[in-house]
Ligand binder design. Structure first.
Ligand SMILES: [Zn+2]
Length: 143
C-alpha cells in the first residue's frame, strides 16, 4: 500500500502534480530527486545518456561552462572528458579522429625534415599532387 502523503508535491512540465513515491521530506513537502534542490556541489547533466557525438558535444560543452562557473570541480570535469573519450573510442568515431591526429602528426614530422618536405612539394605523383592541392584548399592557401 502506497502512502499517498509521501508522493512528490512537485509539478511536472505539464503543470500536474509529480506523484513520484520515492521522496524526501523537505520544508516544501515530500519531493522526489527531480524536484529537490541538488545542494551545493551537485549538478544535473543536460544529457541523460550518450548515443551520439552530438551528445558528447552537449555534455562536454556544459561541463566546460559548469567547471568555469565553479559548479563542477576540475576532477569531475576531467572524469567527464575521460568518459567521453572512452565512449568515442568504443563508438569508433574516436578511432577515426585518433587515426587522423596520428596521421597529421606524421605529416607534420615529415614536413619538418627539409629533404622530405621538398620531396613532397616537388613530387609529380598524381596522388601526392592531389593530396597537396586538397590540403592547400583545406587550409585556405588558395584564397
Ligand atoms: Zn517530483
Amino acid at each position: 500500500m502506497i502512502d499517498e502523503a509521501r508522493r512528490c508535491v512537485g509539478k511536472t512540465k505539464a503543470g500536474v502534480k509529480c506523484n513520484i513515491i520515492m521522496t524526501v521530506d523537505t520544508p516544501e513537502g515530500p519531493l522526489c530527486r527531480y524536484h529537490r534542490d541538488l545542494g551545493p556541489g551537485r549538478v544535473r547533466s543536460p544529457v541523460r545518456s550518450i548515443k551520439s557525438v552530438a551528445d558528447i558535444a552537449r555534455l562536454t560543452s556544459w561541463a566546460a561552462v559548469a567547471c568555469a562557473e565553479g559548479r563542477l570541480s576540475s576532477s569531475q570535469a576531467i572524469a567527464i572528458k575521460s568518459m567521453c573519450a572512452e565512449w568515442r573510442l568504443a563508438d569508433g568515431s574516436g578511432k577515426t579522429a585518433e587515426q587522423t591526429v596520428r596521421f597529421a602528426e606524421l605529416a607534420g614530422a615529415v614536413m619538418r625534415v627539409p629533404e622530405l618536405a621538398e620531396a613532397v612539394m616537388r613530387s609529380d605523383d598524381n596522388a601526392v599532387r592531389a593530396a597537396r592541392l586538397a590540403l592547400r584548399a583545406a587550409i585556405g592557401l588558395d584564397k
